[in-house]
Design a protein around this ligand. Structure first.
Ligand code: F0G
Length: 455
């Protein structure tokens, strides 16, 4: 059969609430046109993030009831640890309450003033944790990864020549090499197995630990299976193990490819580094067998990890985004190509070319989408990245709008509805205006800034 279906049936449902265009206009005004300020029950389809928004399976909810809440030595921890190690055989698995907590612990040890940490692209919390400890975060993405319309199978790849040159030049200052799979900040684009191994080998030749930000490891493995020569015949688990083969550590947000609503971990092989990390964990998260999580969360993650590597799930997951991406393309809406593993990214700067970057075309698309259809998306552009450290404004590299798909939550007709909403917007696109920022906090402004429409 060729039709790719949702590989599940639905046992429990949540109603979604319909609002009228007039109601949404009023809600937008009250929210100062910042979609983070909306109440989520005023949102019909929420594509703000794929993080922590997954539908858990019946088996996960069942596992939740087996959660053992002992402070130390809970069997839930050992099930969690075994499930992680089944895919990523690291010596030390340290639970944390989410991905950024794992980053905070790792970089409290590795990042110091004067140090430089290269990656394909650091996610913003990773960058924040590196810079917060006084070190520099460097993105060494292949040039193809910066061209939204260009089709390339692995646009998340690290520029290995640049990495080699970086280590030759700055080797002394580099405490580790990182790679993010998939590259969320660059459009959810995957990294090839050859590239992961290439980066690992370069890091090791220079005596540096190699750390993987594995948030979307299963989506990345699916892209390896379907796009990388010689990989088609392999199982997903086998590919995942190969991705992590020889790596020295990983950070993980279980809110992505573990189907959990909360959680994460830091995994390491080095005993001394792990001892330092556990000491820090006890200060900030909790005892090493729960690390900021309840036993039931550890159970949900352990079960989720057995489900995420299912090929029927991954085929449906990736196809949903490809489908939306193709249909938007057919409407003449420029999108980042190919579609990402967890999201479709619309190139708002190219689409609303009458709105200059400093009038926030991405914000205009996101607000328009909510007004027209009650869909919430997320600007990833000049609102998010356009303020220089000195406070001045500059256009971000791109003005994108991310339509992030929660896992197992929406169906084919929701995808069709999203496409129809873009059709409505496209019909009046030349009348869509930009925004100015009426108020903003000193940092991380996209979460709380207030906007005003330009006349
Ligand atoms: N690394 C990547 C690649 C991520 O996408 C995220 C989170 C994190 C680390 C941090 O994990 O949220 O559990 O602390 N990304 C979410 C998103 C927030 O919407 O893309 P966390």
């Amino acid at each position: 059969m060729k039709t790719i279906i949702e590989p599940f049936r639905i046992k429990s449902v949540e109603p979604i609430r319909f609002t009228t265009v007039e109601e949404r206009r009023a809600l937008l005004r009250e929210a100062h046109y910042n979609l983070f300020a909306l109440h989520s029950d005023d949102v019909l389809i929420d594509l703000l993030t794929d993080s922590g928004t997954a539908a858990m399976s019946a088996a996960q909810w069942g596992a939740v009831m087996n959660g053992d809440e002992s402070y130390a030595g809970s069997p839930s921890f050992f099930r969690f640890e075994a499930a992680v190690r089944d895919l990523m055989p690291f010596k030390h698995v340290i639970p944390t309450h989410q991905g950024r907590a794992a980053e905070a612990i790792l970089f409290s040890i590795l990042a110091k003033p004067g140090r430089k940490i290269p990656s394909n692209t650091h996610f913003d919390t990773t960058r924040g944790n590196i810079e917060g400890n006084g070190a520099e975060a460097h993105d060494l993405l292949i040039p193809e990864g910066r061209q939204p319309g260009l089709v390339h199978p692995f646009k998340g790849n690290m520029d290995l020549d640049a990495l080699e040159a970086f280590l030759r030049r700055h080797g002394e200052a580099v405490p580790c090499v990182m790679i993010t799979v998939t590259n969320n900040a660059g459009g959810g684009q995957p990294v090839s197995l050859a590239n992961i191994h290439g980066a690992r080998d370069i890091a090791h030749r220079h005596g540096k630990p190699f750390i993987i930000d594995g948030c979307r490891f299963a989506e990345n493995a699916w892209f390896i299976k379907t796009r990388e020569p010689g990989q088609a015949g392999r199982g997903i688990k086998d590919i995942v193990r190969d991705m992590f083969d020889g790596a020295d550590g990983m950070t993980m947000s279980a809110k992505k490819d573990a189907f959990a609503n909360i959680g994460g971990w830091l995994a390491l092989n080095d005993d001394e580094l792990a001892t330092q990390a556990r000491t820090r964990l006890i200060q900030t998260e909790g005892f090493p067998t729960y690390g900021g999580l309840a036993g039931r969360d550890l159970e949900a993650i352990a079960q989720g990890l057995t489900e995420i590597v299912d090929e029927h799930y991954l085929a449906y997951r990736v196809r949903t985004n490809e489908y939306v991406s193709e249909r938007l393309g057919a409407l003449g809406i420029p999108v980042v190509k190919p579609a990402g593993g967890h999201a479709v990214f619309v190139d708002a700067r190219a689409w609303l070319s009458h709105i200059p970057p400093l009038s926030y075309p991405g914000q205009a698309v996101a607000v328009g989408l909510y007004e027209v259809a009650g869909i919430r998306a997320c600007e990833i552009g000049t609102v998010m990245f356009g303020r220089s450290p000195d406070g001045s404004e500059r256009p971000a590299a791109m003005d994108l709008v991310r339509l992030a798909m929660p896992r197992r939550v929406y169906t084919q007709s929701h995808a069709d509805y999203i496409v129809e909403a873009f059709g409505e917007l496209a019909a009046k696109k030349d009348a869509i205006g930009g925004f100015r920022i009426a108020w903003q906090p000193p940092m991380m402004r996209h979460f709380t800034a207030r906007f005003a429409p330009l006349a």
